[in-house]
Design a protein around this ligand. Sequence first.
Ligand SMILES: [Zn+2]
Length: 114
Amino acid sequence: MHELSVATAIMESIERKLGGRRELAKIQLTLGPLSCINPDALRFCLRTMAESEGFGEPELDVREVEARIVCRECGREYSATEFYIPCPHCGSIAKEILSGRECNIDFVELIGDQ
Ligand SMILES: [Zn+2]
């Protein structure tokens, strides 16, 4: 499962930032629709890993953002939830991706942090 390796990378990154394994209250992530990551599968993997790896049972807040795309044909910008959506203005599928591949850790909260 692809999401498992993503979850592993996320937990490793958090562990590096914290300098060790700490119990977490919350993890907030931003996920773009072009990241090819299923949010539910990612939540499941993160929850399982956090519990088994000593990070506690953090709340998982996965913000799903829209992709921003600019049409190569008419030059207008539009948002999309998947890659294969054609331009709503001219129907062209020639496009440039501005954003939508995000898989970012926005922040984590530790237990006892306020
Ligand atoms: Zn267009």
